[in-house]
Design a protein around this ligand. Structure first.
Ligand SMILES: [Zn+2]
Length: 303
């Protein structure tokens, strides 16, 4: 497996991909999407971002490995293998994400910190692995970081509808870490190590965070699920059906995207396919393809 590495200077970021392909229908994830809007955007959506045959958006499910000064930090851990899930795409899979991590040159034992941007099914699956009939921490030497408001929400079973929809991933992928004593709760603006800190992005979930990474050459911002698909760069007011506080989610997304577009921030969105990293630009009113309704366009870093 070939890994794309971004060197920020003193910090390397490697994507460890679990799956990348057609996954969700636009209407399934974006309540504001219509067949007409999808049709009007086919010129750039197909084939990289939308599979017209199956009416499914191309979604990447991946982790980000940060390596700096001997510290290895893993951001989110995908859907995972061997897990009982309601969605057939996720049920009892064997993607072999751990092999992908190893092929990036890192063993599970070498992970120092595993941080969750939020507790949705596609971000915590490889936190645990099956040993006999027990779920145990996949990274035996790691501390697992969760934000206070996020854990407060899920531990109190407020997220019950999501667990019915997805399968009880909190039970098999998060609770075992608390039982093993390897979980730490941190504030939403926590500095993990110098130059790597959490950034509050509330709305998608109560304790949802991005991660700002400072290098000596350049900086990057891991935006987690602030937006899921390039369509939301065109239409930043679009929430997903999975955004728990829709108004707050929309307000956070619009404010942060505007700031990132103005500052030219290098972004690494959780679900964008290869090459993933890129920047937001304000869309121009005289777009040659006539997309006058777009707010931003996303330009991939190495194109
Ligand atoms: Zn997600």
């Amino acid at each position: 497996m070939e890994h794309r590495v971004i060197d920020l200077g003193g910090v390397r970021i490697t994507r460890v991909v679990e799956s990348e392909g057609p996954l969700l229908r636009p209407a399934e994830i974006f309540p504001d999407s219509t067949p007409e809007i999808i049709q009007a955007n086919l010129d750039w959506l197909v084939p990289r971002f939308y599979d017209a045959q199956t009416d499914r958006l191309i979604i990447s499910i991946q982790s980000f490995l940060l390596e700096t000064e001997g510290r290895r930090i893993l951001v989110d851990t995908c859907v995972g293998d061997c897990k009982d899930r309601a969605r057939s795409d996720f049920h009892q899979q064997s993607w072999g994400w751990l092999d992908g991590l190893r092929s990036a040159g890192v063993s599970p034992e070498q992970i120092d910190i595993a941080v969750s941007t939020h507790l949705h099914v596609d971000h915590v699956g490889c936190h645990t692995r099956l040993e006999g009939d027990r779920w145990v921490p996949t990274f035996p030497n790691a501390r697992y970081l969760f934000t206070h408001p996020e854990w407060e929400y899920w531990k109190n079973n407020e997220g019950h509808p999501a667990l019915v929809r997805s399968g009880d991933y909190i039970g098999d992928s998060v609770w075992p870490l608390f039982h093993a004593g390897v979980a730490d709760l941190v504030p939403m603006d926590h500095e993990i190590i110098p130059g790597v800190r959490l950034v509050p992005l509330p709305g998608h979930t109560p304790g949802h965070v991005g991660i700002a990474v400072e290098g000596t050459l350049k900086d990057a911002f891991l935006t987690a699920d602030l937006f899921h698909h390039p369509l939301q760069c065109c239409y930043p007011h679009w929430n997903t059906r999975f955004c728990l506080a829709p108004e707050e989610s929309r307000a956070t997304r619009q404010a942060v995207m505007e700031r990132c577009a103005n500052e030219g921030t290098l972004l690494m969105p959780a679900h964008f396919p290869a090459p993933n990293a890129g920047r937001l630009k304000h869309a121009s009113a005289d777009d040659p393809k006539g997309h006058t309704d777009h707010v931003y366009c996303y330009t991939f870093e190495d194109e």
